[in-house]
Design a protein around this ligand. Structure first.
Ligand SMILES: Nc1ncnc2c1ncn2[C@@H]1O[C@H](COP(=O)(O)OP(=O)(O)OP(=O)(O)O)[C@@H](O)[C@H]1O
Length: 592
């Protein structure tokens, strides 16, 4: 037996290959139009010279489609080599890399025509001389070569539709596909005699007035996006031969949603390309043309390589620069931007320090000092305090601010995470959730001699509130319009939760939970009565008795309601009881 066996060649079954392409490579048969156009433009590039490139697309009355170019053409030998072997291409160098001038590189593009055609006829005449050649390939793998009938250099490809795929070759379909793929090509492309190519990419058109250019580009964005974008950003990455524009959407977008329109050497690759921009720039939709990025084999997406990742970085940088320029020179436009995209920007600020900085400097937060960016709010404060719910903010903002403890309302999505991350911008920034208990402790007590005079009233209040598991305090605070404030400290809240859990659970759990219940110290919610309120002063001078007890219950209920605290059954009962009793006192007898 010889060590070196007989050599054989692979037999490739064309039907299997086409099946593979149509089911696993291309998303839709529509790409055959692009592959034909790409081959034609590559051939025009290969020919060079001064003659303007022309591609003529003609849907024929019998349902066939004819695509002609005045490119370099093929000799008979090349026809055998390139058209009849899968994976052969004239556009790769010896090392297998795609040559700079062409987009084709795999030698499979023409096969995509078999998704819509049973037969492909190529009539070609090479610029290198020789006569014209006619090659006809069939989807079952046969092909024929004969002398062709063609005088000018170039190639004509004719597709005869396969049964069921006729609609792909219809004039309207072809026109629409060709113009979507090829409208930016710098060769002349016509469909049924109508020119579909534009002389220049919209972002390359020169204008004397930058405002006129901006308006024209925004109009262009409107036609692409279906609604007018709010801003347009020029994009330029020379090392990737990339130029284009980014449109800032005028309505809120979600992170990771919607892609970009990418042209490769002016041929559309994708209307929905992802990964071109960093994730945080979710509010931008790009339209770019690049000469250096690589397409995937289907040419429907960009190949993820080092160049793409450096492009992404540099585009992100350009959007950042634009944002910084906006904040420095057009604050009103930045404000408009944030009004639309604040939620997305906040979502990113939780992960991206640059966005965090932007939020800190520019995004208005609701605070007890009014609506302002955090950077302004925290000026001169050793500690940023926030409350976690909108209700808590409504209840505490005025008091906190009067007590010299300004607070931020962190009751909306991402607020707490953003606040807790602020120290990443500056390690000196300290942030803490406001504990209402701590706030109560900061309210001003009464002078000692006054304390003594209010002692009897406080005693009545204590006995009324004991049943409601609450303790009274008297302090003087602003706003004077607030008679009483219900305060539940974080520790009281925890203790309360444990107790409620224990009541609702079985014995075993009750034992487990009681281990957490620090019985040695009672942390009760507090009802802080405001000495500055005239009603409280009046009540303090009142003799103890049922009227005073009902007044305390009513104040308790009102404070719960004002702070949007949940009402337990006992709380509602106290509120009802006091309300009716006080009404009854207001109308002691029948009307005269
Ligand atoms: N219109 C044309 N004019 C001249 N040569 C052509 C034309 N169409 C195809 N060819 C030749 O046929 C070869 C194979 O074309 P095909 O479209 O299958 O692959 P490709 O363009 O080389 O690569 P890709 O698979 O990436 O498109 C090309 O390399 C080219 O040499």
């Amino acid at each position: 037996m010889s060590t070196r066996g007989e050599e054989h060649r692979f037999q490739v079954d064309l039907r299997g290959v086409v099946d593979l392409l149509s089911h696993h490579l291309y998303a839709s048969p529509r790409v055959f139009v692009r592959e034909l156009l790409q081959n034609a433009t590559d051939a025009i590039t290969a020919r060079g010279g001064d003659e303007p490139g022309r591609v003529t697309i003609e849907p024929l009355p019998d349902g066939a489609l004819r695509v002609s170019d005045n490119g370099i053409g093929l000799t008979e030998e090349e026809v055998h080599t390139f058209l009849a072997s899968v994976g052969r291409t004239s556009k790769r160098d010896e090392l297998g890399f795609a040559r700079q001038d062409f987009l084709g590189q795999f030698g499979i593009g023409l096969l995509s025509c078999f998704m819509v055609a049973d037969a492909i006829e190529v009539v070609t005449r090479s610029a290198r001389g020789e006569g014209a050649v006619r090659w006809t390939g069939y989807s079952d793998g046969r092909y024929t070569v004969a002398a062709g009938d063609r005088d000018e250099t170039g190639t004509t490809v004719t597709l005869r539709p396969r049964v069921g795929a006729e609609h792909w070759l219809k004039p309207e379909t072809v026109r629409q596909l060709a113009s979507s793929y090829a409208h930016l090509l710098d060769v002349d492309v016509t469909v049924s005699g109508e020119r579909i190519t534009e002389p220049e990419a919209p972002w390359e058109v020169k204008y004397d007035d930058p405002e006129v250019r901006r308006t024209a580009l925004l109009d262009y964005g409107a036609t692409l996006l279906g609604s007018r974008p709010m801003e347009v950003i020029d994009l330029d990455v020379p090392e990737a031969g990339l130029r284009g524009v980014g449109f800032v959407l005028a309505s809120p977008a979600a992170v990771g949603q919607g892609g970009h329109r990418v042209y490769l050497k002016r041929m559309l690759v994708s209307e929905d390309a992802s990964k071109l921009m960093p994730e945080w720039a979710f509010f931008v939709r790009c339209v770019v043309d690049t000469s250096q990025l690589r397409p995937t084999a289907s040419r429907e997406a960009l190949y993820e390589d080092d160049l793409l990742s450096s492009v992404r970085e540099s585009l992100g940088e350009q959007v950042r620069t634009w944002l910084l320029d906006l904040s420095a020179n057009h604050p009103e436009r930045l404000a408009a931007f944030l009004r639309v995209h604040h939620l997305g920007v906040k979502a990113l600020a939780v992960r991206d320090d640059e966005m965090l900085r932007l939020v800190d400097a520019w995004l208005p937060f609701e605070t007890s000092r009014g609506s302002m960016p955090l950077r302004v709010f925290r000026r001169g404060l050793a500690m940023i305090r926030y409350v976690e719910t909108v209700d808590e903010f409504r209840a505490l903002a005025a008091i906190a601010s009067a007590a010299g403890t300004p607070v931020v309302n962190a009751g909306y999505a991402y607020d707490t995470e953003i606040l807790e991350r602020l120290s990443r911008l500056d390690p000196d920034i300290r942030v803490r959730r406001l504990d209402p208990g701590e706030l109560a402790a900061r309210l001003e007590p009464l002078p000692a001699e006054q304390e003594i005079t209010v002692a009897p009233f406080l005693e009545t209040a204590r006995s009324v509130l004991r049943e409601l598991e609450c303790v009274p305090l008297i302090r003087q605070f602003d706003p004077v319009t607030m008679p009483a404030l219900y305060v539940i400290s974080q520790r009281a809240r925890t203790q309360d939760a444990v107790r409620r859990g224990r009541e609702a659970s079985d014995e075993l759990w009750a034992d487990v939970l009681s281990a957490f219940d620090d019985v040695t110290v009672e942390h009760r919610p507090e009802l802080v009565l405001n000495w500055r309120h005239p009603l409280i002063r009046k009540l303090a001078s009142y003799p103890p008795g049922p009227a005073l007890r009902h007044a305390v219950e009513a104040l308790y209920g009102q404070a719960l309601l004002a702070g949007h605290h949940p009402l337990r059954a006992v709380d509602s009962a106290a509120l009802n009881r006091s309300f009716l009793a006080l009404l009854d006192r207001a109308f002691p007898s029948e009307a005269p």
